[in-house]
Design a protein around this ligand. Structure first.
Ligand SMILES: Nc1nc2c(ncn2[C@@H]2O[C@H](COP(=O)(O)OP(=O)(O)OP(=O)(O)O)[C@@H](O)[C@H]2O)c(=O)[nH]1
Ligand SMILES: [Mg+2]
Length: 276
């Protein structure tokens, strides 16, 4: 049995949409060991995400557990993407995490917390899920309000459009994490973490934009103990010097160069965050 699979699991409508974006953008095209899975109670939403594997939650518990274990079999890495507060994450997240951990898979999560204005039930659910996410090896958790910081629109935007931004960010985030882990021997295991990315004509410009990524808190970056940077080609000495100048002197910096040439240089940054 192949025990080397990367499972990218979208939980709930939001998670399924984010995974749909990863598939549509062909972000995992160069990897031959990736499986895409959607989890939710609405079959149409799962189908629209175009994930080849689905876990339908509107069935009896034993059938659902069987479906989770079938879909996660052979996992080396499980990447979870979800909006916390919804029914899907609340029901399935703890089961998926414990199944992955029992099978010694590395677990990575991308999740957003509900808006302050969402109802009490969603907030309670989200708190429960947040607690479950403590068991995940590396977790990126953003309050939904953070997505307003991405001023991609010149006008007021709808909640739907805002979550499109969230799904886009998480789809790129998942790609960054797969690229970073694929080129390492050791698992990342960073605990609560943050990430950012940016593009540029030079590595320095791309790194500058990654540091200015709207959801990235520069104070948190300056206090991070471990920082992972990945750039696609180019002269990275000025960028390394710049990063060194803004991080703690005792921070561990891991630098990766991706040899895939692209039109624009992409710089990605991932760093550990103190627990809040
Ligand atoms: N990342 C992301 N989050 C979303 C999206 N839509 C809503 N959310 C947030 O995620 C939470 C869960 O929403 P859904 O993803 O729709 O959850 P669900 O489990 O499919 O179903 P419901 O509980 O019926 O909404 C919401 O409370 C919102 O805060 C989305 O498209 N993307
Ligand atoms: Mg919903």
């Amino acid at each position: 049995m192949d025990a080397n699979r990367i499972k990218i699991v979208g939980i709930g409508e939001g998670g399924a949409r984010a995974v749909g974006k990863i598939i549509a953008a062909d972000f995992m095209g160069k990897y031959k060991n990736v499986d895409f899975i959607s989890v939710g109670k609405d079959e149409n939403i799962l189908l629209s995400s175009a994930t080849p594997n689905n876990i339908l939650l509107n069935r009896d518990a034993p059938t659902i557990y069987k479906s989770i274990s079938n879909n996660l079999r052979g996992a080396k890495i499980v990447i979870l993407i979800a909006g916390l507060g919804g029914t899907a994450a609340t029901g399935a997240l703890p089961r998926i995490i414990s199944f992955a951990k029992n099978n010694n898979a590395e677990t990575i999560a991308f999740a957003n917390l509900p808006f302050v204005l969402e109802n009490v039930e969603r907030k309670k659910n989200a708190e429960y899920c947040l607690n479950c996410l403590r068991d995940v090896d590396t977790a990126f958790i953003l309050p939904a309000e953070k997505f307003f910081l991405f001023r991609l629109y010149q006008r007021e935007i709808s909640v739907g459009e805002l979550f499109e931004v969230a799904n886009e960010i998480f789809s790129v985030g998942a790609k960054i994490l797969v690229d970073m882990t694929a080129d390492r021997k050791e698992p990342l295991k960073l605990g609560r973490s943050a990430f950012g990315y940016g593009y540029g004509a030079t590595v320095l410009e791309a790194i500058n934009n990654a540091v200015k990524f709207p959801a990235l808190d520069s104070d948190e970056l300056s206090q991070a103990k471990k920082i992972f940077v990945r750039v696609t080609g180019g002269n990275d000495i000025p960028a390394k010097n710049f990063i060194r100048s803004i991080i703690a002197p005792d921070a561990k910096l891991f630098w990766q160069v991706d040899n895939l040439r692209r039109e624009k240089i992409l710089a990605s940054i991932v760093f550990t965050k103190k627990d809040v």
